[in-house]
Design a protein. Structure first.
Length: 460
């Protein structure tokens, strides 16, 4: 093991240079203008799998390609399925980046670029660790399958179909994903729960065209007035969501879990500094950590309609639109929540306004079995690489594939995040700390060793 770790330490600069190449490809999945870069990036990942000593195949989909590779050593050894996503969020707003999003740059021990932490930098640690095993040992200690997709950030639908049609190819004992965060600086975490999500869009259509608000004002309903009034009723001043039935199926944290939460180090000052706000806000009766990871939410992600340019403009706009997401906790049902949200908004729609409700992706929340042998092995690997045991903690974000792995492939996922929530995911100046990238790579190398000694409990 020591030889492999020194091999990795000696080659840190090369690994970083290669990651920079990966980050230079603008693989924005949500915007069709970047389709050529998506192809280019899939090809880059394929080559990276080959360089690591794995087989590699690109599977085209009606959307963006999936890249798959493997090295199967011995069927009696455990098989791990590593997942990552090579697509990234759009880089906008461009003017808020200190250096351009697709021109990676190191400053203050951090590598800045879109995708640096979400998820190119994190997934690349696994490829470098596999490569080190292959080059130093000539072989891996277990069977490895690697699945890297390109539609995670746009709520793509093609991966589930791929899972359903490639069950044999993907058969494994456990999945590993590095696409979450450490608990804090130097406090590694194993993420033991994720929130689910539903996403929707409300479109209101009023008059057939923008109207003079002096001539017509007061005589017909204004869609922007209607939309803002509707949206304004979603969350009360106490942070409680007002949609009838919203909390019906919510599983609350147990007293033991709340006790564990309260023992985690948390500084409200540091938290406010991280987000750039002056005060916390949320549902009464719950701590910030609880609100952020174990309570459901309803957020308006954006509104548009009417005139928002310079100076006044006196119109009754013809249309208005809002994008809304809810984060879900265990037992909440995505369809039921969307139905309740739609009914709640529709009921408030005034006469003369056409109401349209569009539904996007959704997935349930997920919590993990904290007692599994896989998890214990991951804990040891992280302890070795980070010099600190990981805390077990739920995260507020969503990774729908985790549920698909459970439902379609029947396997659990180890969520081992090397990054930090303060790395500006989905935001300008996204980065990864070089230290996190390097110790993540070491943890990954140790992980294959630790996991190889767990006895697989195969059902098939
Ligand atoms: N890597 C994130 C999810 C994440 C980040 C979880 C940090 C926990 C901590 C992932 O790429 C992501 O952005 N997921 C989306 C899912 C959505 C598009 C269905 C999310 O959570 O908004
Ligand atoms: Mn991600
Ligand atoms: Mn993301």
């Amino acid at each position: 093991m020591q030889k492999i770790l020194s091999f990795l330490v000696d080659r840190q600069q090369t690994a970083l240079d290669e990651l920079c190449q990966f980050l230079r490809i603008a693989s924005v999945s949500a915007d069709s203008a970047y389709a050529p870069q998506m192809q280019e990036c899939a090809a880059w990942v394929k080559q990276a799998l080959l360089d690591a000593g794995l087989s590699a195949t690109i599977y085209p989909t009606p959307g963006h390609p999936i890249v798959y590779g493997e090295r199967l050593r011995d069927p009696s050894l455990p098989t791990v399925l590593i997942y990552g996503h090579y697509d990234v969020q759009p880089p906008d707003p461009l003017n808020l980046w200190t250096t351009p999003a697709f021109e990676p740059q190191v400053r203050d021990g951090k590598l800045f670029a879109r995708g640096a932490t979400d998820d190119k930098g994190q997934l690349f640690t696994h490829l470098k660790a596999i490569q080190a095993w292959m080059q130093v040992n000539g072989e891996l200690p277990l069977n490895v399958k690697v699945l890297i997709e390109g539609e995670e950030e746009c709520g793509g639908v093609h991966l589930d179909h791929f899972l359903e049609t490639h069950r044999d190819l993907l058969r494994a004992d456990v999945a590993v994903i590095s696409d979450t965060s450490q608990y804090g600086d130097g406090i590694p975490a194993i993420t033991c729960g994720l929130r689910g999500i539903v996403a929707a869009e409300v479109r209101l259509k009023g008059p057939g065209k923008d109207l003079h608000s002096g001539i017509y004002g007061g005589s017909i309903a204004n869609p922007v007035n209607a939309l803002t009034r509707m949206c304004g009723t979603l969350v009360g001043p106490d942070g409680r969501i007002s949609i009838p039935g919203f909390y019906d199926d919510v599983v609350e944290l147990t007293p033991v879990e709340r006790e564990e939460y309260s023992r985690l180090p948390f500084s409200e000052r540091d938290f406010l500094q991280e987000v750039g706000s002056s005060a916390v806000f949320g549902e009464a009766g719950w701590s910030t950590l609880e609100r952020r990871t174990a309570r459901p939410t309803c957020d308006i992600n954006g509104v548009s309609g009417g005139y928002a340019g310079e100076g006044p403009k006196t119109i009754i706009p013809s249309r208005a639109l809002a994008k809304i997401t809810c984060r879900l906790v265990p037992r909440m049902n995505p369809t039921k929540i969307l139905d309740a949200l739609e009914a709640f908004l529709k009921e408030q729609c005034p006469p003369g306004i056409e109401f349209e409700f569009r539904r996007f992706h959704g997935c349930e929340a997920f919590v993990f079995d904290p007692t599994s042998d896989w998890l214990a092995a991951a804990r040891r690997a992280i302890q070795t690489a980070f010099g600190q045991p990981p805390v077990l903690f739920r995260e507020g974000g969503s990774i729908p594939v985790v549920l698909s792995f459970k439902q379609i492939l029947g396997i659990d996922t180890l969520l081992l995040g090397w990054g930090r929530n303060s790395d500006n995911l989905h935001s300008p100046d996204e980065h990864i700390h070089l230290q996190d990238f390097h110790r993540g790579t070491l943890a990954s190398a140790c992980l294959w060793d630790e996991l190889s000694r767990v006895a697989p409990t195969r059902t098939t």
